[in-house]
Design a protein around this ligand. Sequence first.
Ligand SMILES: [Zn+2]
Ligand SMILES: [Zn+2]
Length: 468
Amino acid sequence: MQKLKVSAHCPSCGAPLELQEGANVSRCPFCNLPLLFQSPHSILSYYLEPKVEKKEIPFRLDRFRKENGESLSRRVDEIKLYYLPFWRFTSQVFYTLIDDSSCESFQEVKEAEILTKDWDINFAAHNSNDFSLSTLGMRPEWLKLILLTDENLITDGDVLNPEIDSITAKDKALQSLLVLMENHRSSEMELVNRFLDETLSLIYFPVWTVNFITGEGKHFQVIDGITGRTLKQSPGTFELKKIENRKAQEVCLPKIIPHRCPNCGWDLPVTPNQLVFPCENCRRIWKISENSYQQVNGEIAKIKDLPITDPSKTINYYPFWVFETRPQKENAFSIQKLTELLPSEIGWFKVRDKSKPFLFYIPAFDIKNLGKIPVLSLILTRTQPDLETETWGKSELTGAVMSPEDAQKIAEIAWIYLLSSKINIPLGEWRDLTFENGRIIWYPYYEEGSFMEDAVSGYTFQTYKPQV
Ligand SMILES: [Zn+2]
Ligand SMILES: [Zn+2]
């Protein structure tokens, strides 16, 4: 997905700063203060600065008329700047194609064929006036978004209200994405998909309107405030129509606050995409939620109970969401039941206590190749490690980027994939598991450059190191 640049201001020293769209935290380059910008699911608003000035408008309008062989304007009456709202929806889709009619041959365990795709769509949120601009397009030259906050509001033009509310906007976006996703399906296969990292934002785009008089009478033009292109010309006078009562209230003007441990005041790690931050000073772990912090229990896999592949290497701990599972018609799901259902999954036969509940593991840290997320999930889920945990002591913990809601969606699709890749399993009643009581467990890895190795199974993959 194309991550746009966002510019904002430090609430402490006022310096301008730039961050990547979607980043939750950043650091002021001038006063060095770590800052919390947003929480997951908050709908942020941005605007784009006009690149065309008011004094250029009479020239632009005549240039358009000249190019179209029309007479030049005799008098320019009124020039106004409007900010038109657009909803932008971005998401990562995880999907898999399943063949419900069961497979012919015994399949070997292979990397999960769960694919990912990024989606990014936008559409006008104000429709009572026709500005002849139904989507923003994505032209890199104007891609710097300016964050709207309590302290940074638009003052140089008329801001039009969104007339489509956020719920309708999200539904509309998801509906069109589902139609597009169906194109990935071949006739006999069923497409299973889950939308992750669903982000809705509002972008205000500048347009100029100009009323003028020619030999033929009154006319108006609508001019793109970024490119200066005439979007529309029409006889008559431009008059704004507004539907006042349809204002979308749920847009959030964030308060940018210092990103510090609520307990001890220590700076929390400035890792832009994380949601869960360990405090290295007081050893508490915080999850951001609605521009504030909630404490999370830190459970660390106890190393002395795990068979470590190379004790000489340094171990770092990476977070996993761990869910208890429940089939639709049963109260619980035991390892015993699983071994009956999936006899080719030898990992579960090795679990000593088969009355234990079946736990599902989802990596919660930044992974460069998104397709590896279900693969790593199934590696731990397939072995059901007998994890004992301890509280956070001296070890290095990496924060989590994945929300529990998104982790649940990965679990759903990984489970359906696992079932569908096995012979003679009717998906039927086993298909929909409930994933509940999510908690985070940190699990040991060796780290070598941008690669990581599971310290227990030896599986290697590349991580994503975001720029701070
Ligand atoms: Zn500052
Ligand atoms: Zn602290």
